[in-house]
Every structure is written in C-alpha cells, then in structure tokens.
Write a protein of this length. Structure first.
Lengths: 294, 323
C-alpha cells in the first residue's frame, strides 16, 4: 500500500520556520517598544513623585517664594499667577477659537476655508519660543515685563487647540439636527446658538480643558514676558506675574540643591494638575462623543 | 386697514431679528478667523522686522558664522554652531524615536488586544502631556547622571573609535538633549502612525494574510508600504517639534559656545540659545540676533508643517482612490 507523500510540508520547511521566527521577533520588538514607552512615562512620573512629595506641606502651598538663599518658602504666588495667566489666555482663546471653528464648519465656502484652516494648522506647529519672542517684541520690548503679554502668548498656544477640538465636535453634530432646525424655519444663527452649540458644548469644554492643561505647562511664551517678578502674591496682570513653569525653569538652572527640591515639588504639583485635568477631559470627551454619535 | 394682523407684525420683527442675527454671527465668526490670519501675519512680520538690525550687520553669513560674542567691544553673532547643534540633537531624537514610535504604532494597531489598546494608547499620549520644563528638570537631574554613569561609558567602550563617542562622559550635553527630545517626539510620531495604520483598508490586510503572509510580511508589504508618505509626514512633524523645542534643551544641553565633535560634550541649539539668553541680552544687536534666530526657527517651523500638510493632502487623495 502506497503511503500518501505530500510534495511539500508546511511544518518542516526551513523557510517557513524562518518566516515564523522573524514574525515572532518583530511582534516581540513591537510589544517591547510599547512597554518601553509606558515604562518611560512611569519612570518620569515616579521619579518626580518620589523627589517632590517630600517637600509638599501646607506651607508650601500658602507661603510666598523664598528670598534668595533663604530656606523654606512656598509657591502660593506661582499658583495665583499661573491661574491668572491661563485664565486670561482662556478668556481670549475660547471665544475666538469657537468662532473660528464655527466659521470653518458652518459658514465658509471651501475656497475660503482652505487658507484659514492652513493658518490654524501652521499656528499649531509654531515653536513656542517663537511665540515667546513675538510677544516680547510686540508687547514687552521697551516696556516693563507684564503678565498680559504672557497671557497673550499662551492664548496663541491655546487658540489652534480649541479651534481644532471645536471643529471635531461640530463635525459630529448630526446633520439631521441642523437640517431639522432649518426646516422648522429657524434662522442660521438660531440654529447655531440654539441647536448646534448646545450639542457641541461638552466637546468644546473638554477641548478647552485640554488646552488649559497644555497652557499651564508652557514656559517658552512666558520666559520673555513675565520672568522677573516679586516674591509675593501678585494680582495685577499689568505687572510681571510669578508663575509655575518659569519658576521651575529658574530653579532647575540653579546650583543650590534646595532649589532643586523646590523645583521637584512644583513640578509634581504642575504634573498632577495636568494629568488630572487631561485624564478627566479625555474621559469626558469619549463620553460626549459617544452621546453625539448615537 | 392700517395695522397688520398681530401674527404678521410679530413675523416682521422676527424676520428683522433673524436677518440681523445671521449677519452678526457671520461677521463675528469671520472676524475671528481674520484675526487669526492677522496674528499669524503679525508674527512673521514682527520676527522678521526685529531681526533687521542683525541682518543688515551680518547678512546671510550669520547662518554659518560660528562666533557668538556679546562682549560690547566685539558684538559679533553667528548661528553656525546653533544650526549644527539643532541638526545633531534633532537627528539623535529621530534616530531613537522613529523606529520606536513606529513599533509602538504597530503594536497598538495590529497586535494589542482591544482592552490593552486603549490603555496603552492613552498612556503614550499622556507622555506628550508632560510639560517640557518638567521633562527638562527630569532630564538634567535624573536622566543626565544616568547617561553619564552608564550609557556614555558603554558607548565609549564599544564605539569609542568613532569620534562622536570619544571624550569623557558628562551629564549635560548633546546626547542627553537628543534623548530628551526623543521622548517628546515618540508620542507625536506614534499617534499619527497609529491612525495611518488603522486606516489601511482591511481587505488589503486580509488579502495578504489569505495569501499566506505572516503578520510581519503583511505589515511590511501592506501596512507600512501603503503608509509610507504618511509616515514621512509624521517624521517631518516630529522633526519640526524637535528643532523648535527650547526649554527642555536649554536645561540639559549645557550651553556651549563652540562645536564639539563628541556627543557627550555640551552644545547649543537655535531655540535653546534664545531661551538661555532671556535675561542676558544687553545690546540691541544681540536682541536683534536673537530675533534672527527666531526667524530661522519660524522658517523651519513653517516649512516642516507645510511640507507635512502637503504630503498628507496628497496621501489622503491617494488613500481615497484605494477604497
């Protein structure tokens, strides 16, 4: 009885085996790469938490900046200053950004849309140090440093982020809602204000929160505008405002280990704020998108 | 009959309000868009205009002049050293980050189970949320010493015959700056590449698998092949980010005034020189020279972004044709 002899075998073939091994190897490399990126995040966050947590205390949040060479001190002026700077920047960038997105998605013809969209994208790609020297040249050179110039720089950073996020939710608003409102005889602006914006509100807010998280950590736009300031809490944005990122930069350049300790603690506060806000915003964004696309 | 019926009078009032409302809304939104264009034009104008003094003094040779001397007696400035530093640090960042980022994107789009996909994906994006000043602080106090104690001696031992790995290890220098930049570039390239890979039509992937390709052969032949222009755009955007980063580089690069062959030695880049001199600029010529650096960065930023946009636009058309 003749046995069945296949002309080729899959299992034993050396070439097939080699292909499988190469495949496995690449899969392993890709997995390791992803793990490495996650590990990198873990290492950065962990080393900041480990070094920063020790210096955190009630006084650290409530006291003024330490005078040169003195021990102790806190970051209350930095928190207040950063809040004012980011607050003003948001007050500028949010309405303007939403309006640009409305224009691009609801009104502009394709021929008008293309160049404006390009400008928004280019603004998003500007190195932030260029924004920094721009506001320096425009608003600071020849004047004393002031918080308004810094806030204006941050607004330029936030504007394209808010515009893009708003455009994305506007695209998700079902056209049935838009057409329904128009078919009922509502005018364009009533449709926008009464139907489209309320639907998009959640997405706009989360986009804004993400932009705030980004602006809170931006150093370069502030470096030339508001980096030489008093050690006490400042409320007037017409003067230089102490702020967290610039102070971390200054402390990290210092030779004094006590300043490094303060830098770690301030970095931990900033990082916690940014991670918390961006995680919450991301979760909310996923939810609001699901609600819209239902 | 001199008065209209009530409903029609109301209608008339409403029509006027609607007409007005539409005009106001259009004007408002158009005005905001025009303002954005105006700001962009103002940025270009201001930066170029303020660099005029340095340009008239040093001309185009500013680009390769290697002397940066703020001494009032000399007052000579050139960007040669900085352009070299920018190129080298960005190159290191890309060499390290691009393969890593593409591997991550492949893991996220082709390998990872659904549950892990979202978690790992958002963790990689969180890496991009770390402010550069915080990453720079970590770079100078944690990563720098680690690189000086372990990585650089190792490189020196095995590759010391190559000039770039010669010299004694140091915790701040070009290599550390390149590595910090790599951490910033990875999430950018990874998230763009992932979207590219996910958008490869399933029929193509399944076709390759059905023909007997292993997963890697499918990835190489279909996923990577059809995403090449998109990956190029992602790399260009990452390059733009690396060349424009100022703060973190200033913290770790050590602000050298001359070119060192060894990557272990300090250097300086266009962006970090601007940031490093935020308090130190004394003369008008020096301030103008900083704006000149800014103008170079502006051109780099605009060109890289335009190029990436162009590639993506053409690529989108091509992809649309493939469906």
């Amino acid at each position: 009885m003749a046995t069945f002899e296949p002309a080729f075998t899959l299992r034993g073939d050396a070439r097939v085996r080699r292909r499988r091994i190469v495949n496995r190897l690449i899969e392993a490399i890709a997995t390791i790469a992803a793990l490495a990126a996650v590990a990198m995040l873990g290492v950065v966050v962990w080393s900041i938490a480990k070094r920063g947590a020790g210096a955190l205390s009630w006084g650290f949040f409530t006291e003024s900046l330490p005078l040169f060479g003195q021990p102790g001190g806190g970051i209350a002026p930095l928190i207040v200053g950063s809040a004012i700077l980011v607050g003003i920047a948001t007050a500028i960038a949010l309405p303007v950004g939403v309006c640009i997105a409305l224009f691009l998605q609801e009104f502009a013809s394709p021929r008008v849309r293309a160049p404006i969209q390009l400008v928004v994208d280019l603004m998003n790609g500007l190195p932030s140090i260029v924004i920094g020297i721009f506001v320096f040249g425009l608003l600071v050179y020849g004047h004393p440093q002031n918080g308004l110039a810094g806030a204006y720089g941050l607004a330029i950073v936030m504007l394209p982020l808010i515009t893009r996020a708003t455009q994305e939710v506007l695209r998700l608003v079902p056209s049935a809602q838009r057409e329904g409102a128009l078919a009922l005889g509502a005018s364009r602006w009533r449709t926008v204000v009464g139907v489209i914006l309320p639907s998009a509100l959640g997405g706009i807010l989360t986009g804004t929160v993400l932009a705030v998280a980004r602006a809170a950590g931006e150093t370069a736009p502030l470096l030339f505008a508001t980096s030489i300031y008093a050690t006490t809490v400042q409320w007037d944005p017409r003067h230089a405002l102490p702020n967290i990122p610039v102070q971390i930069f200054i402390w990290s350049e210092s030779a004094d280990p006590a300043d490094h300790k303060r830098a770690w603690a301030a970095a931990l506060v900033l990082l916690l704020f940014i991670l918390a806000t961006s995680l919450i915003a991301r979760a909310a964004f996923v939810r609001s998108r699901r609600k819209l696309s239902r | 009959m001199s008065t209209l019926p009530l409903t029609e009078r109301l209608e008339g009032g409403r029509r006027l309000r609607d007409w007005l409302g539409d005009r106001i809304l259009l004007l408002l939104t158009f005005g905001a868009s025009a303002a954005a264009v105006a700001v962009m034009v103002a940025i270009v104008y201001k930066v170029v205009d303020a660099s005029h003094l340095a340009f008239s003094k040093f001309g185009i040779s500013f680009l390769w002049g290697t002397v940066w001397d703020a001494n009032p007696a000399k007052n000579v400035f050139g960007a040669g050293t900085l352009i070299y530093g920018t190129a080298v640090t960005s190159l290191i960042a890309l060499v390290v980050a691009v393969p890593l980022a593409i591997a991550i994107a492949l893991f996220l789009s082709e390998l990872a189970p659904r549950g892990i996909r979202g978690v790992v994906g958002s963790l990689v994006e969180t890496l991009a949320a770390i402010p550069s000043v915080v990453l720079g602080l970590w770079g100078i106090l944690v990563m720098g010493p680690f690189v000086a104690d372990h990585l650089e001696p190792w490189l020196h031992r095995w590759f010391g015959f190559i000039p770039i790995f010669s010299g004694s290890p140091s915790s701040s220098g070009v290599l550390v700056a390149g590595l910090v930049l790599a951490i910033m570039v990875v999430p950018i390239v990874a998230s763009i590449s992932r979207e590219l890979f996910v958008s490869v039509p399933d029929e193509l992937e399944e076709g390759a698998l059905a023909l007997g390709a292993t997963r890697w052969e499918m990835v190489r032949g279909v996923v990577l092949h059809s995403s090449r222009p998109g990956i190029a755009a992602a790399v260009i955007l990452g390059l733009g980010r690396a060349m424009g980063e100022a703060i973190a580089v200033t913290q770790v690069i050590g602000a050298a005034t001359d070119i060192h062959v060894s990557l272990f030695q300090p250097g300086d880049t266009l962006a970090s020189r601007i940031a490093g001199q935020y308090q130190g600029a004394v003369s008008n010529v020096q301030i103008s020279a900083l704006f000149y650096l800014g103008a170079i960065l502006l051109v780099i930023g605009l060109v890289t972004n335009l190029l990436a946009q162009l590639i993506i636009r053409r690529f989108d058309v091509q992809r649309a044709g493939m469906r």
